[in-house]
Design a protein. Sequence first.
Length: 125
Amino acid sequence: MALKKEEILEVISDMSVMDIVDLISAIEEKFGVSAAAAPAVVAPVTADVGEEEEGPSSVDVHLTDVGEKKVDVIKAVRTITGLGLKEAKALVDEAPSVIKEGVDTGEAGEYKKKLEEAGATAELK
């Protein structure tokens, strides 16, 4: 008898985070897939001739220093990127690193604020 989606979700909801991480790894290995988020495709920004430039309309969010609250920074990175725990931890461990590319400047400012509230140092480039 095949399990229904709701039954599978019920079983997963009772699992520990580490068991879920192991499950994801097993699924990736069995089916040859990755649970990592696909990289964002950014269209080039063009400006009309004669138009005055006010600055970039999109920027990259760089994590320059993790600080002392690494767990809080990992949580912030997960919120910003939508990555899983393993991928977010890898980004934080690799600091300085790019957290998000081609982000609207207003949105990037919010991401920078979240990272700084978590104890990290971030830059917009």
